[in-house]
Design a protein around this ligand. Structure first.
Ligand SMILES: [Zn+2]
Length: 64
């Protein structure tokens, strides 16, 4: 498994024994994010810079 294939939250690194994880597909790669950090992806995706490719280019839902 590569680093990106591990099934842990891309933000907090917890696995599905600790938190519910949601599966994402982005740039043909699978990512996992926990329910606690899904709002980060939705509202402040730039915080995932370095964890999700091009996260700095994603637009948050509340972006103005
Ligand atoms: Zn998390």
């Amino acid at each position: 498994m590569t680093e990106l294939d591990k099934q842990t939250c891309l933000h907090c690194d917890r696995d599905n024994n600790q938190v519910p994880l949601l599966n994402l597909k982005y740039k043909d790669t699978q990512f996992w994010i926990c329910t606690e950090h899904l709002p980060v992806l939705l509202h402040r995706p730039e915080e995932l810079t370095g964890k999700l490719p091009d996260a700095e280019n994603l637009r948050g839902v509340d972006h103005d």
